[in-house]
Design a protein around this ligand. Structure first.
Ligand code: UD1
Length: 315
């Protein structure tokens, strides 16, 4: 394989990364996806420049030949949900830990150039201090958080023991167009957006005072590409926050959406979710310094763009 590869490239974040790679000069991009949550239509307008391989990262024999000699591997394939990792821990473990090991192993044995790994802000758990900085001790509160943390550790160990260049990016609550709102495990903003457009109240789990550093998908995609090209001596084996640097409570977020849309809908409240982190906010100093991270989308701008996409897709 001579072009960049994106595992999970038919998914919400993966397909945004594929579009960014192509817009940034890649002639072709290869995608590995099992289409469990990925969708062909996420790649529709770039499909002629994408080599799609329907394969599962749990199947080493299937993915190893695809990663052989790849200049860049972006490993985004995962079962990405905190609550799902609690209700269905086995598939979550198999994809997020075993599958991630397979990707690192295939990349190392196949002589791939670098692996950029999608880690998660959930690895921090609840910290006493905000914002959360990479030097803080991880404190995973859910199987998902632990699984994503194990992937980071594997990334560092593949760098130190097997000479594979790796960079881990802790994604902070990524949102934007194409995030699938249809499952109970969907990201909160995709659910809020569709509820808003249907003029229905969302259900907020807990008191709504929990906060998140919501990060627009294009900013994350660009950071992945920057991480792929940063000097190896500086970044390989390391972990960086991939956030926006801000923090909004769910109550504030719903109010902002209602204001943008010009409606007044009171949310409903339900029980707090198991494994939920209370507050999340990234210190992005290291990513700015070492990777050139430069988020372009304010929260309100990102919300407006995303809402416009959901409105158009429902029309
Ligand atoms: C976590 C990670 C995030 C990771 C994501 C993968 C943290 C801080 N963040 O996101 O980096 O990428 O997993 O899925 O751990 N909620 C509602 N109503 C709903 C749905 C959700 O109130 O209908 C609440 C949740 O209880 C939570 C917040 O919204 O407090 C965000 O939930 P979600 O979008 O699922 O993401 P996290 O679990 O925060």
């Amino acid at each position: 394989m001579t072009c960049p590869i994106v595992t999970g490239g038919a998914g919400f974040i993966g397909s945004a990364l594929v579009r960014s790679l192509l817009a940034g000069g890649a002639e072709r991009v290869a995608v590995i996806d099992n289409f469990q949550s990925g969708r062909e239509e996420n790649l529709a307008e770039v499909r002629s420049r994408v080599d799609v391989h329907r394969a599962d990262i749990r199947d080493y024999a299937a993915i190893a030949p695809l990663l052989q000699g790849a200049p860049l591997v972006f490993h985004l394939a995962a079962i990405p949900s905190v609550p799902r990792s609690i209700t269905e821990p086995v598939p979550s473990h198999e994809s997020n830990i075993d599958g991630t090991f397979n990707v690192f192993r295939a990349a190392a044995e196949g002589g791939a150039g670098r692996v950029v790994y999608a880690a998660s802000s959930s690895a921090y758990g609840d910290t006493e201090v905000l914002p959360k900085i990479e030097s803080m001790a991880p404190n995973p509160k859910s199987p998902y958080a632990l699984q994503k943390l194990v992937g980071e550790y594997y990334g560092s160990v593949f760098a130190s023991c097997f000479g594979l260049e790796t960079v881990s990016l802790r994604f902070f609550n990524v949102y934007g167009p194409r995030q699938d709102p249809s499952s109970p495990y969907s990201g909160v903003l995709s659910i809020f957006m569709t509820r808003l457009l249907e003029r229905r109240a969302p259900v907020i789990f807990g008191d709504g005072g929990q906060s998140r550093d919501f990060t627009y998908v294009e900013d994350v995609a660009e950071l992945c590409i920057k991480a792929a090209h940063a000097p190896a001596a500086l970044v390989s084996g390391k972990v960086y926050n991939a956030g926006n640097g801000g923090r909004f409570t769910l109550n504030e977020t719903w109010q902002t959406l209602c204001r943008i849309e010009g409606v007044d809908i009171q949310p409903e409240y339900g029980p707090e979710r198991a494994g939920d982190v209370r507050h999340s906010q990234a210190d992005i100093t290291a990513a700015v310094r070492d990777l050139g991270h430069a988020p372009r989308f304010s929260f309100e701008e990102g919300l407006r763009r995303t809402l416009a996409w959901y409105r158009a897709s429902q029309a």
